[in-house]
Design a protein around this ligand. Structure first.
Ligand code: ATP
Length: 255
C-alpha cells in the first residue's frame, strides 16, 4: 500500500459528462488520486463508471467541471495529447492491435519517444512483464486474455505516465488471471504512478485499492478507504450487494 500522505496528482472537480449534451451520464463527480495510490471506482451496472473514466481520458466529452493533473488544467486536452501530458489510458476493449506483434504494440505505445528512450522503455516493459518478453514476436491475437491485458498496460506505460486510467482490467478474465493482473496494477502504483481503476469485481478491486468511490446513477454515493468500504455493512448491502460475493456475472474464462 502507499506510504505517507502526498498531495493529489489528479483532481477532478464536479465533472459532468456523457454522450449527448442534454443527457449527461456523469452528474458532477469529484475525485482525487495521489501518486502511488489506487482509487477504484465501483457501482452497479450502468452507473456511469466507464463513462467517467472515458471522460477523464478525453474520449467522452465533458460538459462541465474541471480536471487538473498536478498544476496543469487538462479539462480540454484532447485524447491524442493526453499521453504527452502524462496520462495513460487502457480501454476495456480493443486495447491492443491483434494483428501486430507484442513488440510492435509496445513500439506504437512509445511513438512519442526517441530511439534510446524507446529502447529503454521496451526493456522496462519486458522487465515488468516477463511474459511479454517471451512472447515479443507473437501476434496480439495469439495471447491469452490476461496476457493481452498486460500488453495493453505495457503499451500505456511506454510514455511513462504519471496517471494510469484503467477501464475494468479484469473483464473476461479467470479469477487466477484477475489476481495476476491486479498484482501488476499494485506494483505499477507502488512505483509512484497514480492509478484510477473502474471495476465490477468489488472484492478483488477493494483488496488491491487504497480507496474506493461508489458511483450510483452517475453520482458519487460513497467514498472511503478500501478497508472501511469492505467492512461497512451499509455500503455492502446498498451498493455492492450481489457483486460483493461474486465476480462480475459476465466474466468468463479466457486465460
Ligand atoms: N456510446 C454510448 N452512447 C450512448 N450511451 C452510452 C454509450 N455507452 C454507454 N452509454 C450509456 O451510459 C450509461 C452508463 O454506462 P457505463 O458503461 O458508463 O456504465 P458502467 O457503470 O460502466 O456499467 P457497466 O458496469 O455495465 O460497464 C448507460 O445507460 C449506457 O447505456
Amino acid at each position: 500500500m502507499s506510504g505517507g500522505p502526498t498531495s493529489p496528482l489528479l483532481r477532478a472537480e464536479a465533472v459532468v459528462a456523457g454522450y449527448v449534451a442534454d443527457l449527461p451520464i456523469v452528474h458532477g463527480v469529484s475525485l482525487q488520486v495521489s501518486p502511488g495510490e489506487i482509487l477504484v471506482v465501483l457501482g452497479p451496472n450502468g452507473a456511469g463508471k466507464s463513462t467517467l473514466v472515458k471522460s477523464l481520458a478525453g474520449v467522452v466529452p465533458k460538459f462541465g467541471g474541471r480536471v487538473m493533473l498536478g498544476e496543469a488544467d487538462i479539462t480540454a486536452v484532447p485524447v491524442h495529447r493526453l499521453a504527452a501530458a502524462g496520462v495513460g489510458f487502457v480501454p476495456q476493449t480493443a486495447n491492443v492491435f491483434t494483428s501486430l506483434t507484442v513488440e510492435e504494440n509496445l513500439r506504437i505505445g512509445g511513438y512519442l519517444l526517441r530511439g534510446g528512450e524507446l529502447a529503454q522503455r521496451l526493456d522496462e516493459a519486458y522487465a515488468r512483464f516477463p511474459d511479454l518478453a517471451r512472447l515479443r514476436r507473437h501476434a496480439g491475437h495469439a495471447l491469452s486474455g490476461g496476457q493481452r491485458q498486460m500488453l495493453a498496460m505495457g503499451r500505456a506505460l511506454m510514455t511513462a505516465p504519471r496517471l494510469l486510467l484503467l477501464d475494468e482490467p479484469s473483464a473476461g478474465l479467470s479469477p487466477l488471471m484477475v489476481s495476476e493482473v491486479f498484482k501488476q496494477v499494485r506494483q505499477i502504483a507502488d512505483s509512484g504512478i497514480a492509478v484510477l481503476m473502474v471495476e465490477q469485481n468489488v472484492k478483488a478491486g477493494l483488496r488491491i485499492a487504497d480507496r474506493g468511490l461508489i458511483l450510483v446513477s452517475g453520482r458519487a454515493a460513497h467514498e472511503g478507504s478500501a478497508p472501511a468500504l469492505q467492512s461497512d455493512p451499509q455500503v455492502a448491502e446498498l451498493y455492492l450487494g450481489r457483486h460483493a460475493h461474486a465476480a462480475a456475472p459476465a466474466a468468463k474464462e479466457q486465460a
